[in-house]
Design a protein around this ligand. Structure first.
Ligand SMILES: Nc1ncnc2c1ncn2[C@@H]1O[C@H](COP(=O)(O)OP(=O)(O)O)[C@@H](O)[C@H]1O
Ligand SMILES: [Mg+2]
Length: 167
């Protein structure tokens, strides 16, 4: 997933990627600090997130399930490792880009159970580099969450799942 805090990543994944294994960096932040933003634990969150990605990429490829990285992933630098892991284990890297203007993300952020500070949403907005196929993504699914109803989007996006009819 790629999108600002409050852009709707977790909501989208829960609705449309129900069968996928979701790695949530926010859940790791909560586990380590009880908060969704605590700079002190960010290095540990990065280490744990990478370890989970590596272990679960291998598992997902063997088990034939999709893996969702539920994190902001707003820079190309942050996306490089998940893309290379996907390729190493034979998974198709797909970006799901939750396009959302900063003011709307800020408004939705406030409705979250545990909001991140407003200036954090703004700074992610400044750093955002939209995903492109030249980074290595096989495809990019753009979801316009500023206007779309909450149920918008593909409901069977399982690029790494085995289709038994073709096996
Ligand atoms: N497409 C949408 N339209 C309106 N509200 C949404 C939409 N997607 C999510 N929301 C709401 O916005 C808030 C933040 O959504 P969430 O999925 O937690 O964002 P993220 O995981 O990107 O931080 C939640 O209250 C959620 O119900
Ligand atoms: Mg979320």
């Amino acid at each position: 997933m790629v999108g600002l805090p409050g852009s709707g990543k977790t909501t989208y994944a829960r609705r449309h990627l129900k069968d996928a294994l979701r790695i949530s960096l926010d859940d790791l932040r909560l586990m380590f600090s009880g908060k969704t933003f605590e700079p002190r634990v960010e290095p540990a969150v990065a280490v744990a997130g990478e370890a989970l990605m590596e272990a679960l990429a291998r598992y997902a490829a063997q088990a034939g399930v999709d893996l969702v990285l539920d994190a902001t992933n707003v820079t190309r630098a942050r996306r490089a490792l998940p893309i290379s892991l996907a390729k190493r284990y034979g998974l198709s890297p797909v970006a799901i880009y939750l396009e959302c203007p900063v003011p709307i993300a800020q408004m939705r952020n406030l409705r979250r159970a545990v909001p991140v500070p407003a200036n954090v949403v703004a700074s992610f907005g400044q750093r955002l580099e939209p995903p492109t196929v030249d980074e290595g993504f096989e495809s990019i699914i753009r979801v316009n969450t500023s206007t779309a109803p909450r149920t918008a989007g593909p409901n069977t996006n399982r690029p790494n799942s085995r289709d038994p009819s073709t096996e």
